[in-house]
Design a protein around this ligand. Structure first.
Ligand SMILES: Cc1cc2nc3c(=O)[nH]c(=O)nc-3n(C[C@H](O)[C@H](O)[C@H](O)COP(=O)(O)OP(=O)(O)OC[C@H]3O[C@@H](n4cnc5c(N)ncnc54)[C@H](O)[C@@H]3O)c2cc1C
Length: 391
């Protein structure tokens, strides 16, 4: 497959990531998937090579690269057949500390996150009663002297069992008060929770079994004290801080989808060329060829949008519209490529050793998380097209 229509950017980084990923071939990911195990060795290697610290500024021990470079790293991991979901959150949730944390917090945490001495992988936003509707969260942090006391429950907190720190969104003003004042996006605050301290004083983690290997969990807070110095920014402004990180998250997830789509396209081209039915390669049939060609064209279009969204982000002209469209189009492109790849493989698409069914399951997630396709469309309808708010 040719390099991107948008140009061959970050060639050295892509080659280095591809080389690292080659040490973790398909049987590695297949075994983890069947045993529901965490890719500890892969994440250690990625951290040790500095890739997870790509976005941390040099003054805090990272490499200070643009978002487009981080996108190239995650894309290559997915293109190789691996899955960056085990560690990608560190790249974008760190940005909340960088943009809204105070200098003491940045100096205390960012250098250790950069080296991997501290893992910031857990992002506690979703709750059983509210995934899309974030401003309705109930987990409450009550101020008590020089600490907050947290009670409530998070769900889908991925990697909580493999993280030293959690970025937690909790309510600090009762919902009745914020609704009365008509400011429902206020009254939420962000905390950096030390997972070890919290586990010793009332926080429990329960794994959730899912259709993919994602190390996702439920987290219960029962009178868990969090030092007030771990509040990020100003109390009550947390929703705004979380929102500021979502554009980066959407662009990076979009890049992972592009990597998945490339993996599916490469796999199905190879299989369509070698599999002979009725005495000729199946790829000679238009019924097989055309869905592959369509998947390719749609991947290329989505790739342009992901790169444009990253370019805007890096030039300081962050556009939520572009970040949302990048995630939407890339997730659709990877899902369509997954469907075409499974169909091209016939029955063998269902055989574990071909990895198609695993990647098929994994890429399906991006229609739902971290933001569902419908919610992106409602955003575009309202903010880009001026249609009435529908929710
Ligand atoms: C494997 C996995 C990992 C995750 N990791 C994390 C994590 O690390 N941290 C975290 O905080 N969260 C995480 N999530 C949660 C994820 O962000 C939510 O699942 C997602 O935001 C959707 O929320 P929900 O599941 O509550 O769906 P709901 O909000 O209940 O929505 C259900 C369906 O209804 C649709 N819908 C809802 N309202 C509307 C509307 N007004 N118009 C049209 N359609 C609508 C949605 O699009 C969706 O399809 C994860 C989820 C999964 C499955």
């Amino acid at each position: 497959m040719q390099e991107s229509l948008a140009g061959d950017d970050f060639k050295d980084i892509r080659e280095a990531v591809a080389k690292l990923c080659a040490e973790f071939p398909a049987p590695y990911w297949r075994r983890l998937d069947s045993e529901n195990d965490y890719p500890t060795e892969f994440v250690s290697k990625l951290t040790g090579s500095g890739f997870l610290a790509a976005l941390i500024p040099e003054m805090y021990g990272g490499s200070g690269l643009p978002l487009a470079a981080a996108a190239a790293i995650l894309e290559e991991i997915h293109r190789s057949g691996g899955n960056a979901a085990a560690c990608h959150a560190q790249m974008y949730i760190m940005g909340v500390i960088l943009r809204h944390g105070n200098e003491t917090q940045k100096r205390e945490y960012l250098p250790d996150i950069a080296t991997g001495a501290l893992r910031l992988q857990a992002f506690g936003v979703s709750e059983p009663e509210c995934g899309s509707d974030t401003t309705s969260i109930r987990t409450f942090a009550r101020r008590d002297g020089d600490r907050y006391v947290v009670n409530g429950q998070k769900i889908w907190t991925s990697r909580a069992g493999h993280s030293d720190l959690m970025l937690l969104l909790a309510r600090t003003t009762p919902e009745t008060e914020t609704r009365k004042s008509g400011k429902k996006t206020r009254g939420l605050s962000v905390f950096l929770v030390d997972m070890k301290d919290a586990a010793e004083s009332g926080m429990t983690i329960r794994p959730i079994e899912t259709m993919i290997n994602h190390a996702t969990t439920e987290v219960f807070f029962n009178d868990v004290p969090v030092p007030a110095r771990n509040l990020i920014g100003t109390e009550g402004d947390g929703f705004r801080y979380i929102l500021s990180g979502l554009n980066a998250e959407r662009i990076l997830i979009g890049a992972e989808c592009i990597g998945d789509a490339k993996w599916f396209i490469e796999r199905m081209c190879a299989y369509a060329g070698e599999r002979k039915v009725f005495g000729r390669p199946i790829g000679q049939n238009q019924g097989i060829q055309l869905p592959i060609a369509r998947a390719y064209a749609e991947m290329r279009a989505a790739e342009l949008m992901v790169r444009e969204a990253a370019r805007r982000y890096d030039s300081g002209r962050t556009s939520a519209e572009h970040a949302n469209m990048a995630k939407l189009l890339a997730a659709d492109a990877s899902w369509k490529a997954a469907e075409a790849c499974l169909q091209t493989h016939g029955g063998f698409g269902f055989a574990r050793e071909f990895d198609v069914e695993r990647k098929f399951r994994e890429t399906r997630l991006y229609q739902i998380a971290p933001v569902s396709t419908n919610l992106i469309l409602t955003y575009l309808a309202e903010h880009s097209l001026g249609l009435p708010r529908s929710y």
